[in-house]
Design a protein around this ligand. Sequence first.
Ligand SMILES: *[C@@H]1O[C@H](CO)[C@@H](O)[C@H](O)[C@H]1NC(C)=O
Ligand SMILES: *[C@@H]1O[C@H](CO)[C@@H](O)[C@H](O)[C@H]1NC(C)=O
Ligand SMILES: *[C@@H]1O[C@H](CO)[C@@H](O)[C@H](O)[C@H]1NC(C)=O
Ligand SMILES: *[C@@H]1O[C@H](CO)[C@@H](O)[C@H](O)[C@H]1NC(C)=O
Length: 648
Amino acid sequence: MKPYLAIVASFGVLMARTLAVTVTVSKTASHSVPSTLFGQMFESGDGGLYAELLQNRAFQQVTPNTAAALNAWHPINNAKLTVIADSNPVSNALPNSLQFSVPSGASGPVGFSNEGFWGIKVDSSWTYNASFFFRFPTSSSFSGALTVGLQTNSGKVLAQSTTQIHGSTTRWTQVSVPLRPTASASDVNNNFFITIDGAAAAGQTINFAMFSLFPPTFKNRPNGMRVDIAETLVEMGPAFFRFPGGNNLLNTPFQGQTTATRWQWNATVGPLVDRPGRVGDWGYVNTDGLGLLEYLQFFEDAGMEPIMAVWAGYSLGGTSLPENQLAPYIQQAKDQINFVIGDPAQSAPAALRASLGHPEPFKLRFVEVGNEDFFAANTYTYRWTDFVSALQAEFPQIRFIATTDAWDPTLSPVPQSYDVHVYQTPTWFFQNAFYYDDFQRNGTTYFEGEYAAISTNANDIFGTPADGRLTFPTMQSASGEAAFMTGLERNSDIVFAASYAPLLQHVNSTQWTPDLISFDAGSVIKSTSFYAQKLFALNRGDQYLASTLPTRGGTLHWSVTRSSSSGQTFIKVANAGSSAESITFELTQFSSVSSTGTLQQLTGSETASNTPDAPETILPKTSSITTGKTFTFSAPAFSVNVITVTTH
Ligand SMILES: *[C@@H]1O[C@H](CO)[C@@H](O)[C@H](O)[C@H]1NC(C)=O
Ligand SMILES: *[C@@H]1O[C@H](CO)[C@@H](O)[C@H](O)[C@H]1NC(C)=O
Ligand SMILES: *[C@@H]1O[C@H](CO)[C@@H](O)[C@H](O)[C@H]1NC(C)=O
Ligand SMILES: *[C@@H]1O[C@H](CO)[C@@H](O)[C@H](O)[C@H]1NC(C)=O
């Protein structure tokens, strides 16, 4: 039924007033809703999801003898600090060391500190694991103690431990100490330090390498994930995790755009000292401490499945490998997949996985070939053919996803799935809620692998904040995205997965806004879009129930799904417009409909955001609502609503 529009003049202002829309809901499922529909897309975890607290912990990918190589490290009491190319490095992968010299005539504690990732959270209920390697470059008769600890930036010691060292230690030796703070810090303005008694150690030089400081981690995994961030991800109810990019899979424009700087799975597994790290696409060093195995372990712990990408011969700087040079990269992609799912008896990468403690294969059903290859669509034609024919032959059970968006007739074999990306305005999102309705139903499925309303200015969606670029998701952007997501549900016979992007930002070092989740060294901020995603993911249902269609291009959208096991029926209503809208739902085909339901509602003013200063401005509220076979619901302006009723 078309909404009836009445124009009411009131105090000289023209107000458009819509009478209640009537939505008739079918009791028969028109298609099933894939369990993978709502998930997350991710690029790199250093200083965020990966729980390591020290920044520049192993001097990876820095230029020795420069001030920049000392990023995040600071001398204490006139210590001399230099990052050197060590003639006898801790490992081939980590060629640089921190050379620390105590000036002659020194007194008091002399040493160095690490500022963390814009601070370090110190919690007295936690035990921190601190570790490092050291050696004396020249043997000496020195014997004394190193003090390792946590302190506030004004020098109040919160935790410390001492360890005896001897100048005869000229081979790399690892020290691991637990740190138990005697008090929590009131803020994150704290640092990690190592000192030595200056008078006793005057004139000594010691090399250090591969520092680490871990708080307790998600599910207590060694080398694991930051608890509050991991729990926030899990709270959203994601079904999948797209990794390791995104652009971060490709190589970096910051390092000469060579194939050599791409993400390589084998550089991210095994002992941390064997991981060289790389400058990721977003301009900072990835330690690769969050490597392929840590990712996979996290997905198991979090109940998600991977959508894994393989590098496919194209680098973001614009270089595509010629076809006759692809073979080793296709082999590396096979090895990467075998590391995840191969049989240890048949494949060396799988045997490596088994040796690292996970003999069972991980779950892997989807592999994405490249990222945003519409930037190199001409070469993707042969790259896709060569990669996919080889990979499909070895892994027929896997669905390979093309990344040229949904319109590339030149690809052979015909892609089973496409990854579609869109960054747009809130208006674009509600206007395009029918984006997939006209797609052919011919077996091709779609992954909305990156999407977000990022600017209110249609002419410059990639502009600066002055051009309407959002710094944090707003209620306007979240309700626009939610309108689009009702279309994803309606089209979930062909759309099998969707993920907002980007997922995470550290508020003190951000390359891109807005992000789904913001955090600093101590806290996590869940955005309006986060709550919209959560409302959809946790109320997914497994059956899509057809209903009267919303108006194409309008601001008011809905979709209805149902859990076949519980009979719970989820009516999602997104109002991306600036006035409240009434909808009468008719569930008359069902023999019974509960007389009360639950309403989960996210709403607020157009520009309202959750920010570091006001992280809980917009929270979903749950209330009870009168339902029945026919009921009317008023959706507030800029709102995302889920009404749950039981139907049989
Ligand atoms: C990090 O950002 C917060 C919020 O903007 C700010 O208050 C804080 O001073 C920043 N910290 C550092 C170390 O720059
Ligand atoms: C910290 O060290 C303890 C003792 O060695 C270990 O059991 C625990 O797994 C470690 N935690 C992390 C996060 O590495
Ligand atoms: C990873 O494997 C490739 C070959 O596929 C090799 O060229 C590269 O050196 C390896 N990297 C590491 C760090 O082992
Ligand atoms: C299905 O149709 C789309 C166009 O809507 C086309 O791009 C795709 O290749 C087709 N898939 C198959 C399997 O023919």
